[in-house]
Design a protein around this ligand. Structure first.
Ligand code: PEP
Length: 252
């Protein structure tokens, strides 16, 4: 019912020539797979080049962040209007933004509204830190982040949520499919509480955190898990293509 998504977050990796080479290395393989929405999120400076390379294909492009203002005196920032036309998606509230750049739920919420106002589809990241997980606060944290990020957004149509436990990002220690599925189920209940059952049923909720070609099938076969937001493994063309292929092969 929900089209699975596999999105690659390249983070602060790849120069422009490296980004071009990486897209060239995965483009044909990705194009051969339908049934899965494929998104690549390179650094800002490579967005145009990547967009040109995937023009006319089914591969979508996303940004990794943006400011919530349309324009103005915000040196070094990139606005939703600048991304509209180049990107389909924008990752918002990634834990690295929250941790290193002080992004609060309020800021994420402002960015969500600005992105949607500019016609971009947000991939909103939520997830608990290790100490929060160990203190049994996972549900409390993701509930707060989901409610905060979606505050005053009347229609969640199209929004994608990525559940990314911070302790699983870049650590090689992915959540088990049971853990990820249980928390994503709770996130879906929170969405149903804010909106209604049909909004929750229609919303794609991804897992992210040390997902790779060896664990993707196990994770995405869970009915609640609608795909993945992939960091490290998205920088390897063959592995990323394999993850998309494996996701397409899962029957739910
Ligand atoms: C991410 O940064 O969104 C992520 C999931 O990273 P990794 O796959 O490297 O854990």
């Amino acid at each position: 019912m929900r089209t699975p998504m596999i999105a690659g977050n390249w983070k602060m990796n790849t120069t422009i020539p490296e980004a071009i080479a990486l897209v060239k290395g995965m483009k044909d393989g990705l194009e051969r797979v339908d049934k899965v929405e494929k998104v690549i999120c390179p650094p800002f400076v490579s967005l145009s080049a990547v967009k040109q390379l995937v023009q006319g294909t089914s591969i979508k492009v996303g940004a990794q962040n943006m400011h919530f203002e349309i324009k103005g005196a915000f040196t070094g920032e990139v606005s939703p209007l600048m991304l509209a036309g180049v990107c389909d998606y924008v990752i918002l509230g990634h834990s690295e933004r929250r941790q290193y750049f002080g992004e609060s739920d309020d800021i994420v919420n402002s960015k969500m509204k600005a992105a949607m106002g500019a016609g971009l589809i947000p991939i909103m990241c939520v997830g608990e830190r290790l100490e929060e997980n160990e203190a049994g606060k996972t549900v409390e944290v993701v509930t707060r982040q989901v409610k905060g990020g979606l505050a005053d957004i009347d229609s969640p149509q199209g929004i994608v949520i990525a559940y990314e436990p911070v302790w699983a990002i870049g650590t090689g220690k992915a959540a088990t499919s049971e853990e990820a599925s249980a928390t994503i189920g709770i996130i879906r209940e929170v969405v149903a509480e804010i909106y209604d059952a049909s909004a929750a049923d229609g919303m794609r909720i991804l897992y992210g955190g040390s997902m790779n070609a060896a664990n993707v099938a196990e994770l995405v076969q869970k009915p609640e898990i609608d795909g993945g937001l992939i960091g490290g493994a998205s920088l390897k063309a063959a592995e990323f293509v394999s993850m998309v292929q494996q996701t397409a092969a899962v029957q739910k």
